[in-house]
Design a protein around this ligand. Structure first.
Ligand code: C2O
Length: 511
């Protein structure tokens, strides 16, 4: 196998992605972080040097990590944060069955919101689209704040809330609305200089914290061919909705009149509980071919949303390599909600999965607890852990008691999406589909709705399942699956992982 070696230096820097100068967090002084590019089956080694004043971890979003759960990079679950001034080497094999578009990001509190994220692309001749297009390009969408996330998070979780009206007010749990949107790390300044009459694979990744985007390019039809690393039957659309942490590849052909065109990332701000009057929700970049770049005066597609727009979970996403899930052996229903809670520090609005609001234990990750104590481990009341002793075909039915849609991500697995709907799920309904359902790693749970997923619990370790909205995860919207606890003690957990936990002074990650 080939080993791909990278060094990441994580540090603070001064930057102004939207024109407003602030302290932000960067990988190798780049924003977004450097592209990590591998082939299926390669070994990836990333030595991460932490030059932040706080601890950090890096998560490889969508990587299956079969047999290497301890390299998943989730603070409080698979490792302790890398202390300031220390380094940690992530080393794992890219699953030979995986290809497509992924990303990496800090997985400690809301740190990634401040800039620690970048793309991860896996190439493979087995990918159905291999060799079918001329060029690759990255489109990284993100929302952006003018201040560090740690302060916003404290305010968001406090009894006053972001707008001062949280407890007893009209907006319990109202998230901080972003100040800008960015395309490839810039507000309205990015350019795509392409060649005429070629087909481009645009790999669209939403690395934001709160915002779903609607992506489009004026006058160009987008043929969607990949969703979260799964090749899908091509669908031609004008607009692609993409929620936080999701990825799509689209094929765009540069066959229109030579010139410059608007590339649009429209922020779906109607989902915000608080509005920001200074936010410009239409983020623009310029795509040019066959001519010198000019400021485009092209028009947005005139058709109303959702006409000619990808339908996220259901019928439009058909995997090219068909795979019907086996019959399920286990079913669990989970309800997510936000609730006002009396904490020692006062009243907070926290996020709950069933009756549990996750609190990361940065000095005692659940993986290490389980590998030391074995399968009898019982976790404290802040940890909802579903333990699967055997390989099961697991159905998870997730009900949303909140009015907003939530992007949920499962670590270490690709799941089938069997169905979704409004209201609460009622058992026995027939709308669960088991004929080549969509497979992905990040779903969109509709507001006041439900979604049913199925996955196979064959990957020993502790896997997070959480809302990828940074504020929500930090408020506790996370649960874990413990696959095959009997095999966790056999994992080759490097000793420096437990050593770093022993070195934690406590409170290393700002929270
Ligand atoms: Cu993108 Cu828990 O991860």
């Amino acid at each position: 196998t080939t080993t791909r070696y990278y060094e990441f230096v994580i540090s603070e820097a001064t930057g102004s992605p939207n024109g407003f100068e602030r302290t932000m967090l960067v990988v190798n002084n780049q924003f977004p972080g450097p592209l990590v590019e591998v082939n299926s089956g390669d070994e990836l080694v990333v030595n991460v040097f932490n030059q932040l004043p706080n601890g950090t971890t890096i998560h490889w979003h969508g990587q299956l990590q079969n047999g290497t759960n301890y390299m998943d990079g989730t603070n409080g679950i698979t490792q302790c944060p890398i202390p300031p001034g220390m380094n940690f080497t992530y080393r794992f094999t890219i699953n030979p069955s995986q290809y497509g578009t992924f990303w990496y990001h800090a997985h400690a509190s809301t740190q990634y919101t401040d800039g620690i994220y970048g793309p991860l692309v896996i190439h493979s001749p087995s990918e159905p689209i291999f060799g079918q297009y001329d060029r690759d390009a990255l489109v990284i969408l993100s929302d952006w704040y003018d201040v560090m996330s740690s302060g916003l998070l404290t305010q968001y979780l406090s009894s006053a809330g972001i707008d001062g009206s949280n407890y007893g007010g009209v907006n319990p749990g109202a998230e901080p609305p972003p100040d800008s949107g960015l395309i490839n790390g810039k507000m309205n300044g990015s350019s795509f200089d392409l060649e005429p009459n070629l087909s481009y694979r645009l790999r669209i990744i939403n690395m934001g914290t709160l915002t779903e985007f609607m992506f489009s390019v004026d006058s160009h039809v987008l043929s969607v061919v990949e969703a979260d690393g799964i090749s899908i039957e091509p669908v031609n659309v004008h607009r692609v909705p993409i929620h936080v942490a999701q990825r799509y590849s689209v094929i765009l052909t540069t066959n229109q009149t030579a010139g410059s065109y608007n590339v649009r990332g429209e922020m779906q701000s109607s989902c915000y509980k608080l509005s920001n009057p200074n936010l410009n929700t239409m983020v623009l970049a310029t795509m040019t071919y066959g001519a010198s770049p000019t400021t485009p005066n092209t028009q947005d597609w005139s058709d109303a949303i959702p006409a000619l727009c990808l339908d996220l979970n259901s019928t439009m996403i058909v995997p090219q390599i068909a795979m019907d899930p086996p019959n399920s052996t286990d079913v669990v229903q989970v309800f997510m909600s936000f609730q006002q809670t009396i904490q020692s520090g006062g009243t907070q609005t926290l996020a709950f999965m069933n009756s549990t609001s996750w609190l990361s234990d940065t000095t005692n990750p659940t993986l290490l607890q389980m590998s030391k104590a074995g399968i009898q481990t019982t976790f404290d009341s802040n940890q909802l852990v579903v333990v699967n002793d055997n390989i099961t075909v697991f159905d998870l039915i997730l009900n949303n008691y909140d009015d907003a849609s939530h992007p949920f991500h499962l670590h270490g697995h690709v799941f089938w999406i069997l169905g979704e709907g409004d209201g609460s799920y009622t058992s026995g309904v027939s709308q669960l589909s088991t004929t080549n359902p969509p497979r992905r790693d990040t779903l969109t749970l509709p507001g006041y709705g439900w979604v049913a997923i199925r996955f196979i619990t064959d990957n020993p370790g502790l896997w997070a399942f959480h809302c990828h909205i940074g504020w929500h995860m930090a408020a506790g919207l996370l649960m874990q699956f413990a696959d095959l606890p009997g095999q966790i003690q056999q994992l080759q957990i490097p000793s420096y992982l437990s050593d770093q936990c022993a070195q934690q002074g406590g409170g290393v990650v700002a929270n």
